[in-house]
Design a protein around this ligand. Sequence first.
Ligand SMILES: [Zn+2]
Length: 680
Amino acid sequence: MKFNPLICGLILVATATASCKQAKSSIEKGDALASHIDSTTNAGDDFFQFANGKWFKENPIPASEQSNGIFQLVQDTINEQVRKICESSVATKNEPKGSNKQKIGDFFYSGMDSLSLNKKGINDLKNDLDKIDKIKDLNGIITEASYIHTVSSAPLFNMYVTQDDKNSSKYQVYITQGGLSMPDRNYYLDMDASTKSIREKFVTYVGNMFGIMGYEKTKAKQAADRLMEMETALAKTSRKREDTRDPLTNYHKMAFGKLETLTSNLDWKSFMNGVGLAKVDSVVVGQPEFLTALNGYLKKYTIEDWKNYLKFHLVNGLASYLDDKTYMEDFNFYSSTLRGIKEPKPRWKRVVENTDGYLGELIGQVYVNEYLPKGTKEKLEEIGNAIKSVFAQRIKALDWMSATTKEKALKKLNAVIMKVGYPDKWKDLSSMQIDRTSYVKNVMSANKWAFSYMINKYGKSVDRTEWDMQPQTYNAYYNPSNNEIVIPGCNIIVPGYERKMADDAILYAIIGATFGHEITHGFDDQGCKYNEFGNLSDWWTSEDKAQFEKKTKMIVKQFNDYVAVDSLHINGELTQGENIADLGGVIMGFEAFKKTKQYTDNEMIAGLNPSQRFFLGYALTWMLNMRPEAMANQIKSNEHAPAKWRVLGPLSNMPEFYQTFGVKQGDKMWRPDSLIVKIW
Ligand SMILES: [Zn+2]
């Protein structure tokens, strides 16, 4: 992905100083690129700061945000539009029950109705909590866990239906490690002072949540301590996030009977029935050792322990849709402790974002008609095609790959499907029940719809026209099973250029690099293991694979060496796929830009030449100032490096960038030829 939706990132020397001074003297007012430059920073030391620093200084991070920058600017635009869609839907009375407007309006209304929300507290979950109280045995625990999977969060493990990695024309049931309430195993295991303090605050949070459920203090504390012990046990037996990247070592297909033998304490028939899967022949288990350990824990801990575990997972998954007291507990831990956010966003913003999150498929239909700029799809297609053809030329010219592998790589590239703008058909949400009575019940209903939508795929033929993002989602993805890239329409938005289309330097730097990034995912450490049909298959000669791995090791080392917060290094192994994609993306974007009229005419805009505008535009893609807590959280639990290094990393590997900004030996971004990574 381009970046993770939860939160998928350089320069100065004699000539650079000269060119930038020159630029400064003739800056046209209002040009976003020129007006963001922090000329007190040497471009060759920190281009991220050089390109964005002035904007950062003038736009401090709001108390309600974990970061500030391009994503907030774009999201503000989208939020205003979605807000209008929500409010106009609330205002239209007498919409037929089940219609899109009725759903959008009622969902939004229920979230804004703070009066009744606060009156109810967690009462809307009372029946579910009572149901857990009545559980007598392990089978009851498993059945209840399956229910929680469908409406709230995923206790015990993750389970989903998706295309089989080895046969993309078939849907398969996957079961992978999970069951944790903090974002990653390392939060349970790291021994540094900051993580230890997070753990203490987590236990306090869990205890407070049990308090909200009515437990008296001592019992709440005991239940919280025990939950921490149980989740720590699950964390210990979980693979490191970087070790879950290899699709081959995380693929263990087994007959359903074998799964039952592997985990004899876990009644899989009850679980599958509970989620709505009547008959399952086989499953793919990601990490069998995790299930073996879980099987032991199911007996090691008491039924009472598991009941508390389930109660917490049910409420925790829905806490941000409950009364203010419960919401604030959730906020204090997940937003404040983990991400450094000082105060909640205003209610309207939270509810707009949640309505879009759950009913985005319906909102998208209005968004495309009313807000997506005309010509978006065409412009995106133009840039996408330009990138694809540059990629083909570059594969042909690679000096490290044999003709045999090149032929296969080109075959895969030519087969890449580009979905841009918005889907041709929309998902049918008619069975989803939404009304004005309860926000949390609406969320549970939407979760249930989404879960059964996924489950219902099992046994059906694969629908390759499906989209997993909405046109108003400022993000993009590559799906290896379909060998496709998906670029939603709102990617056309460039802050500062709302009234007129940005120049090609910016469009190719932001959107071109996004296309290049997503296509390169088809050829990163994971993507390279799938063929043009989306099946795991080794299409490489062993010599070429060895060359490729030598290059990827270099990029792993490059990022391992970056220190982001205090002594916390970026995880080069974990982020390698994204870093390979970023490097490919910016190289392809620049190559494609070189073929445009703006570049060949050497057109100056706001005192900046085409290459300067391209690289500044690339830094604008990642203009994001993050709180240190948020950065640490991202490093520990996300496969994307923080924004700053998504600029510094790839550009440090581009000789064209060195030339443009006069980067020389001694500058922090400068790397000797022997360390310059060039893959695609
Ligand atoms: Zn990506």
